[in-house]
Design a protein around this ligand. Structure first.
Ligand SMILES: [Zn+2]
Length: 82
């Protein structure tokens, strides 16, 4: 399983299995809080839904956003503020 440092330009998208709440977090931010050798599985396994509090392992995808990152930041902010 990947360490965060190997996908540092990507984002992790997760969806709660209970209420379908979705969130997307930049791996760069996760590295700041969790450290670069933390594995993706650890992040996903410990994730708790910010909407319903469910701690079941969410559905997740690793998303590569590449050069469009700066253009996408505004859109992600709207999702997080919901
Ligand atoms: Zn939920």
């Amino acid at each position: 399983m990947s360490e965060l440092q190997s996908i540092s330009h990507n984002h992790i998208w997760m969806r709660c299995r209970l209420c379908s709440h979705q969130s997307m977090t930049s791996v760069a931010d996760l590295i700041k809080y969790k450290g670069k050798t933390t594995k993706v599985a650890e992040i996903v396994n410990k994730a708790v839904c910010s909407k319903c509090g469910c701690s079941e392992v969410p559905e997740y995808r690793i998303i590569y956003r590449g050069a469009s990152e700066s253009a996408m930041l505004g859109a992600v902010g709207k999702v997080e503020a919901d």
